[in-house]
Design a binder for this molecule. Structure first.
Ligand SMILES: [Zn+2]
Length: 366
């Protein structure tokens, strides 16, 4: 039954009945999360609290609707817009959402997280600096209370103008800090091509920020992935699924050691593939088969009704990746993190060892 599955994904012909020990394994092995959106981590409970505290004109029915994910999900962007336009009127709300998410992922083995947030849609409520400081306060408290290292990635709202993106990068450059490490781009990709924002990416690169780009998320042409990689200088790609349609580009992605932060609960493939074909035809399977470096992420966990550990569980028990393949994905995610090479080497040594220790005694699955 879809309603019993993590993220309400369809049943998979690859699924087996996993003993409790396996479920615990997915929750406990040390992991990273590099692709999730701050607003997409807002729980229904927090959403309700913030509506009450802000006095925003949002009905309970609307909220219930936001947190109902149908069999053919239409995505979560309308929920983000409601938060931006009506609810997130105070910077302290951002601190609260940040801290709550860090608390949540700490219980799922996450040691390091990089997350996206948008300022453009919040501009009518607060300055970039106010938003940045509020989020950083959440990051600081998250480290103190839960021992998770978090970093933030302000992101371009691609439904807004390229000039708004330039303004964002100007603000990032004006207010540098240790927690804000790169520039992303999100919201609706269809008809909002990445190259429109070349100037903002160029400025960010020159200012020393890393770059990650959502491309090929909703079935868009592989050209967007190519533009992200070759024109805009992406350090990693979010989604990137349509690269499987271009063998030449796959070769280039491998040669340049590109990493792909994929999302098993991606709305587009849940909507466009039939229940019977979803697990079999999910493009992530093809990406791995073709030798691309991928790793799973939760994207908008409270709205996809998924946790980061369940995203890993889906990779194994729905999309049929073996434990050695998951271990490789963990290694990929460490390589893709925006930390020093020394830090990566330490994490690889410690966390892969812990992955091996926790997985070696797992009971056989029938
Ligand atoms: Zn995303």
């Amino acid at each position: 039954m879809r309603s019993d599955n993590p993220g309400f994904v369809p049943d998979s012909p690859f699924s087996k009945q996993l003993p409790e020990e396996w479920l615990n394994f997915f929750k406990t092995f040390p992991k990273l999360e590099l692709h999730c959106h701050l607003l997409g981590t807002t729980s229904k409970e927090t959403f309700e609290e913030l509506v009450a505290e802000s006095g925003a004109d949002v009905s309970q029915e609307e909220i219930n609707n936001f947190y109902t994910r149908g069999d053919k999900p239409v995505g979560v962007l309308r929920i983000f817009r409601c938060l931006e336009r009506k609810v997130l009127s105070k910077p302290s709300f951002l601190t609260r959402i940040t801290l709550k998410h860090i608390q949540r992922v700490a219980s799922q083995g996450v040691k390091y997280i990089e997350f996206y947030w948008n300022w453009t849609g919040l501009k009518h409520f607060m300055t970039y600096d106010e938003a940045r400081q509020a989020i950083n306060e959440g990051i600081r408290q998250g480290m103190q209370r839960y021992g998770v290292t978090a970093r933030s990635i302000p992101s371009i709202d691609r439904e807004d103008t390229p000039e708004a993106a330039v303004e964002l990068v100007e603000e990032m450059t004006k207010h540098p800090d240790d927690y804000t490490i790169g520039l992303g781009i999100d919201y609706r990709e269809t008809n909002h091509e990445p190259e429109n924002f070349w100037k903002a990416f160029k400025m960010a690169k020159e200012a020393g920020f890393k770059i990650t780009i959502h491309a090929g998320e909703f079935g868009e042409h592989w050209r967007n992935v190519e533009t992200a990689m070759k024109l805009l200088g992406a350090d990693r790609i979010d989604h990137g699924y349509t690269i499987i349609d271009n063998p030449e580009l796959i070769k280039e992605a491998k040669a340049s050691d590109m990493h792909f932060a994929v999302v098993p609960t991606n709305s587009y493939y849940l909507r466009t593939l039939s229940d019977e074909e979803w697990a079999i035809k999910h493009p992530v399977r093809k990406m791995v088969e073709l030798g691309l470096k991928v790793f799973p992420n939760s994207d908008d966990p409270t709205m996809h009704h998924i946790s980061i550990s369940e995203s890993w569980l889906l990779m194994h028990n729905w999309l049929d990746f073996t434990l050695p393949q998951l271990r490789k994905m963990l290694e990929n995610s460490i390589e893709a993190a925006w930390v020093t090479d020394e830090q990566k080497a330490i994490w690889k040594k410690e966390w892969l060892k812990e992955f091996d220790r926790l997985s070696v005694d797992l009971p056989p699955v029938n």
